[in-house]
Every structure is written in C-alpha cells, then in structure tokens.
Design a protein around this ligand. Structure first.
Ligand SMILES: Cc1cc2nc3c(=O)[nH]c(=O)nc-3n(C[C@H](O)[C@H](O)[C@H](O)COP(=O)(O)O)c2cc1C
Length: 323
C-alpha cells in the first residue's frame, strides 16, 4: 500500500507506533520498524539526552529501517532540556520526529534544517491547521477514544477525521481507537493516509513492558477506561484501577478546587512501577478504549502483516463486492 505517509517516511506500510512513556524503548520501536511500520522512541522516558542518544543507537542495532523519536511538550514536574534533546536527535541521524502536547514551533526550524520530517499529534482541526501553517510535514489526528491525552473537545474520530480531511492539505494519519485492518480501511475512507496506534502495540511480544500490563489490556473491555485530570484541563484516558478510582473520588470531592498536588500520588512518577514492575494499581496509566478490540499478544510482524492482509481483503473482497 502506497500513501503520502509511506512516501514521506520511507516505510513499507502506513502504520505508525505513537510515542509512549515507558513503552517506547529501542525494542518497541525496532520491532515495529522491522515489521515495515514506523517505530517511535519516546524521548522523555530517557533520563538524560545522553541516555536518549544511547537508546537511538540501541535501536539502530535492532533495525536499519526508518525510526522516529517522540518529543512531548506537556506539563511535567521537572521541565526537560529540550534544546539538548533536539540536538541529540539531529546528531543521531534520525529522520522522523513526532511532536505532541504543545505547539512545536520553537524546535521546528532546527528539525527542518536537518531534513527531519515532523508529524505533529493533535486532537482538534484547529491545532492540525496550526501545525500545517507552521510547516509540519504531517499530522496525527488523535480522537476522543485515544489512550493518553485526548484534549478537551471530546470529538471522536468518526467526526474528527473527515473534518480534518476537509480542511488539511498535508497528509494525516488517524490516531486513537485503531487496532486492525478494519481500522486502517475506515481511516483511509475518511481521508487519512495511514494510522497511528498506541495501546494495540503494548499488547505485543516485543513491547518491553511487564506481562501484567499486556494481560490487563487483553482483559479490558471498551468500558474500562476513565478520563482523569479533566478539572486541570489536562485530561488523560487511563485504564481503570484502584488508584484511578481513588483519584476520581478526590476530583469529585474537591471539584474546581482540585490542584495537581492533590493527586500527585496517583499520577506522578508511577510509570516505572506499572510498566516495569507490573504493579497494576500503582497509579494512572494511559490506555485507549481500543482495549476492547485487543484479544491477543502477537509479535509486531504478525500484527502488522495481519492488519495489511485484512485491509487488502476488506478493500478487494468486501467493499468491491458491494459495488
Ligand atoms: C501507555 C501510553 C503512554 C503514552 N505516552 C505518550 C507520550 O509520552 N507522548 C505522546 O505524545 N503520546 C503518548 N501516548 C499516546 C500514543 O502515542 C497514541 O497517540 C495513543 O495511544 C493513540 O491511541 P490508542 O491508544 O487508542 O491507539 C501514550 C499512550 C499510551 C497508551
């Protein structure tokens, strides 16, 4: 399958693995890229820019195919050294960057000058248009169903994707709720030129996370995610657990008086305990509604091959047969 996204990134299949905190290590990105998609290392998971350089080098030992690095601009407890992170990415020779969270205009000139293709992840048409106007090469349109930060507009992909198609000139991928060949064909039908997946890629053999995390995703249904931090206008879709229910109780009790400090125990620094130690009630961790469509733990190659086979069959047999 050839789209503007496969052309832009030099990849075989129009499938991207989005940046994921404490999941987007070399093993994850390398496996996705080896399978013909675009694998992404998550910069902020690395403690220092030097560690990021090592992680990119480790990924280069796993795959010769194009890889991507995610740089997230979100409210964090300690602000990362973004200029040093960008320098490491440029020096490493990586040719794709996924930006997210906030307008990337401050780093964009440096990335463009280095010939790096930038895909900005955003949750609204107005942010997508802004990304286009400042020179991003593509956008990842993240619907309300997505794992992680869906923004505050709550527009699901069934509306958001055709709206993006109506307005954008640069190519875009669907993001949020994507899991299989049906997702890919539906995304293409709505104007996207590929799809980005987060949660689906965690439930794969190569994802370097504790088995408990993969099992929790397989066990979860589409009803098991919750939205937290809405009163702080930093909404995150997470898998329900004891810590999340406690957090929601606090939100209810404190109402508009809620401050980040009130929920710090449930959200700050919890990822290593969940992703690496498998302590599933340690805190709130991002997970999409798409968990309801995830029932197995294949290799990345098996997953991507299956998606592409299914997409071909739907287009060639099911859809063409209806005409
Ligand atoms: C565990 C987890 C961690 C994530 N961390 C980040 C992150 O650090 N930066 C980012 O831009 N997106 C992050 N995301 C969002 C994903 O890149 C992707 O946009 C999202 O998962 C798509 O929705 P889906 O889970 O329904 O596929 C994360 C998602 C998950 C599930």
């Amino acid at each position: 399958m050839k789209t503007r996204i496969t052309d832009l990134f030099g990849i075989k299949h129009p499938i991207i693995q989005g940046g994921m905190h404490y999941v987007g290590f070399a093993e994850m990105a390398g496996a996705v890229s080896n399978a013909g998609g675009l694998g992404t290392i998550t910069a902020l998971t690395q403690k220092t820019p030097g560690d990021l350089a090592n992680e990119i080098a480790r990924c280069r030992d796993i795959t010769q195919n194009p890889i991507c690095v995610n740089v997230t601009f979100l409210p964090t407890v300690n602000a990362p050294d973004y200029p040093a992170i960008i320098k490491v990415i440029i020096d490493s020779g990586v040719k794709a960057v996924e930006t997210a969270g906030n307008n990337p205009s401050q780093v964009l000139p440096y990335l463009k000058e280095a010939g790096i293709k930038v895909i900005h992840k955003c949750t609204s048409v107005r942010h997508a248009l802004k990304a286009q106007s400042i020179g991003c090469d593509a956008v990842s349109v993240d619907g309300f169903e997505c794992g992680g930060h869906p923004g505050e507009d709550d527009v699901p992909n069934m509306i958001l994707l055709p709206r993006a198609a109506d307005e954008l000139e640069i190519p875009f991928v669907s993001s949020g709720g994507q899991a299989d060949g049906r997702s890919l064909v539906a995304s293409l039908a709505m104007g996207a030129e590929g799809m980005n997946m987060g949660t689906r890629f965690i439930a794969t053999k190569e994802a370097p996370v504790h088995q408990n995390v993969k099992d929790a995703i397989v066990a979860a249904s589409e009803l098991d995610t919750r939205l937290v931090m809405r009163p702080l206008r930093n909404t995150e879709r997470v898998l329900s657990n004891q810590a999340v229910e406690r957090l929601l109780e606090k939100e209810k009790a404190l109402g508009p008086d809620l401050k980040f400090e009130d929920i710090i125990e449930e959200v700050a620094g919890v990822y290593p305990r969940i992703m690496m130690e498998g302590d599933m009630d340690a805190g709130a961790w991002s997970c999409g509604m798409v968990a309801g469509l995830i029932n197995d733990i294949p290799t990345c190659q098996e997953l991507i091959d299956r998606i592409m086979d299914e997409a071909h069959t739907i287009i060639k047999t099911r859809l063409e047969g209806m005409l």
